[in-house]
Design a protein around this ligand. Structure first.
Ligand SMILES: [Mn+2]
Length: 196
């Protein structure tokens, strides 16, 4: 069994189409799972007030035909959290965003967007991840990355890496601009970082 992890799409329909086509070509049977930030919220964090928007179009980018591509389950990201926080409407899309879980368990792995963890520094990066389990897939920083017990390992695209062991974290990179995703092979217990 295979999983295709993808996220940080940020409403980029063109990049998502390219990544979905790549998944279909490389591993058509892979179950696709999202790591959050499927949408782009156009209201920045510092511009948030108590005002509630009643139209989703005022706070987020929704390209024509984009929602139809989102046929896979996904955890929520900070973009979805913000969209929910600043809107008040019975638009079914808002309802759908509200059902996206914060974490997901797939077979032998956990999925979380990662904005819940501690980030910072220069360059901005993950400082501390509150996780006890292994393997964990996340996103948020738009950087494909593999770490084992907090030690970052060099990765190359297209090469399978063993993910057995303690505290293995896999950042699946971003669909937007970078067109990156990760193939998780359950039987071989490997992940392969992909870039279109
Ligand atoms: Mn994010």
């Amino acid at each position: 069994m295979h999983y295709a992890l993808l996220g940080d799409i940020h409403s980029s329909k063109e990049d998502l189409e390219k990544v979905l086509a790549d998944i279909l070509e490389k591993c058509p049977e892979a179950v696709r799972v999202g790591t959050g930030d499927l949408f782009e919220c156009i209201i920045s964090k510092r511009d948030i007030t108590n005002q509630k928007f009643t139209k989703l179009e005022e706070v987020m980018i929704i390209p024509d035909g984009f929602n139809e591509l989102l046929t896979f389950i996904s955890v929520s990201g900070n973009q979805e959290d913000r969209i929910l926080m600043i809107t008040e409407t019975d638009d079914p899309l808002r309802g759908k965003l509200g059902t996206m879980p914060e974490t997901l368990d797939i077979s032998t792995a956990k999925i979380i967007h990662g904005h819940q963890w501690i980030w910072g520094g220069e360059p901005w990066a993950l400082i501390h991840a509150e996780v006890n389990e292994s393997l964990v897939f996340y996103g948020h920083s738009h950087t494909s990355k593999l770490s084992r017990n907090s030690v970052i390992e060099e990765i190359e695209f297209g090469i399978p890496y063993d993910v057995s062991g303690d505290k293995v974290l896999v950042n699946v990179g971003a669909v937007v601009i970078d067109r990156e995703w990760v193939l998780y092979d359950l039987q071989a217990n490997t992940v392969t970082f992909m870039k279109v």
